[in-house]
Design a protein around this ligand. Structure first.
Ligand code: LRH
Ligand code: MN
Length: 434
């Protein structure tokens, strides 16, 4: 392994790195092609569909994350949103699967937003939903969000939070974004602390004003969460509250499903199916978890659950479900890995679940379901899930000029060392996810 630096966004570097691997890939791809052909499936068609899949990178995910106890910064941490864009471009050039970035305001605020858009365009990146933030106070902020924001009992605090969200829409328009994600931590830690009904009514009143400021071609994505930072009741605690709010606000309001925002063992694919039925599935924050909102790498704990979610998405596509256009985003906290490596492998885990879901024999499944042949129905899903689609994922990347072995190529580029040389090491060891 040389310690010479090579830009991992350089097509020639990637092509050179692929040269060693393409012969084996061709053999594996041909072998899988034969297996799928026996199942009546065209591997090239599936590869093209997988290659068209894109997921947005959370800007807050390219720096090392932490917990409330501590954050242990890594080497060459991004210092600001422009550094974050450079790192996002590395992820996209090596995976071909992450063409957009989801910003968080004010964490990513910069004076010159048009310059940020220009740099993103030069790097081949676009902007997905912008995320507002009324779950923290910032220096000089007149009114505190300690007891809530859009649902605070004080109308002045609500007005401040509404203004911030409308400001996020204005900034998003400068970036070419088409959606605002609203997650609030508003809630209570004690029974009795908050009137559960009035808090929800204040939420609807506040979000109606934000909704009114949405451009015609924008969406509002409402993100529910069971708990944290509130530990007794959260105003938008579950998909039911989120759906009620979306249906009350209007046709541009949709529900965003963050996988980590549910109690362990909740059937999230069922929630997805209901939101598809209600025509309000706005999108996802993909991650994985074992206990709470752990924000772990997608597919690292329960890849079968991820597959079952994509099975619902592919089924909705197959049934041509109306108003079905979910936005795919990652939302993770990388506390012990190189964030770039975690984001690359997470994007690939999404493509893996998608590819496996595309292998499901939907007619056979429907017939077994109709005939109540429970075992064969379950086996039909398992057969797709247990198919090693690695050659399809690598070929999809190769077709897009990306890397057959993204993590290997990234390490061989010495990009992290280069960043460590260029970017002074971060000194903030405090707690918190960013
Ligand atoms: C809340 C959340 C939300 C973001 C934040 C960074 O837990 O999932 O989507 O605003 O994480
Ligand atoms: Mn989220």
């Amino acid at each position: 392994m040389t310690d010479k630096y090579a830009d991992p966004r350089d097509r020639a570097f990637i092509a050179d790195d692929n040269a060693r691997l393409s012969k084996d890939l061709d053999a594996d791809y041909a072998a899988l092609g034969t297996i799928l052909q026996r199942r009546g499936l065209d591997i090239d068609a599936i590869t093209n569909t997988v290659a068209s899949f894109g997921v947005a990178i959370p800007s807050w995910g390219v720096g090392t994350g932490g917990t409330r106890f501590a954050r242990f910064p890594g080497r060459g941490e991004p210092r600001h949103v422009f550094d974050k864009l450079e790192d996002c471009a590395v992820i996209h050039s090596l995976t071909g699967a992450t063409p957009t970035v989801s910003l968080h305001l004010p964490w990513d605020y910069t004076e010159d937003m048009p310059a940020l858009r220009q740099r993103a365009t030069a790097l081949g990146l676009g902007f997905d939903a912008v995320n507002s933030n009324t779950f923290q106070d910032r220096p000089g902020q007149p009114l505190s969000y300690k007891f809530g924001s859009l649902t605070h009992t004080d109308a002045a605090v609500r007005a401040q939070a509404i203004e911030h969200n409308i400001d996020c829409i204005r900034i998003g328009q400068l970036l070419g974004s088409k959606a605002l994600t609203v997650w609030i931590g508003d809630g209570a830690n004690f029974p009795g602390q908050q009137h559960l009904g009035r808090a929800f009514e204040r939420y609807l009143e506040s979000t109606a004003q934000i909704y009114a400021a949405l451009p015609a071609d924008w969406r509002m994505l409402i993100e529910h969460k069971m708990f944290e930072p509130a530990f007794y009741a959260t105003v938008i605690q579950d998909w039911g509250s989120s759906l009620m709010a979306a249906q009350t606000l209007g046709p541009k309001a949709f529900c965003l499903v963050d996988l980590g925002h549910h109690a362990p063992n909740v059937n999230i694919e069922m929630i997805v199916s209901r939101l598809v039925h209600a025509r309000r599935l706005g999108g996802f924050h993909f991650n994985d978890s074992k206990y709470g909102d752990d924000d772990l790498d997608t597919g690292c704990i329960d890849p079968y659950r991820l597959f079952l979610i994509f099975n619902e998405l592919v089924d909705a596509q197959w049934r041509k479900a109306p108003d079905f256009q979910p936005a795919h985003m990652l939302d993770q906290s990388h506390n012990v890995t190189d964030p770039i490596e975690s984001l690359m492998t997470s994007a690939i885990e999404l493509q893996r679940a998608y590819a496996q879901a595309l292998l499901v024999d939907r007619q056979a499944l429907s017939d077994y379901q109709q005939g109540n042949d429970a075992l064969m129905a379950a086996q039909t899903l398992k057969r797709a899930f247990t198919t090693d689609v690695q050659p399809i994922l690598a070929r999809a990347r190769l077709q897009k000029g990306a890397a057959i072995d993204p993590v290997g190529a990234y390490r061989r580029s010495n990009y992290r060392n280069e960043c460590a040389n260029k970017r002074p090491s971060a000194q903030n060891f405090g707690g918190g996810i960013v």
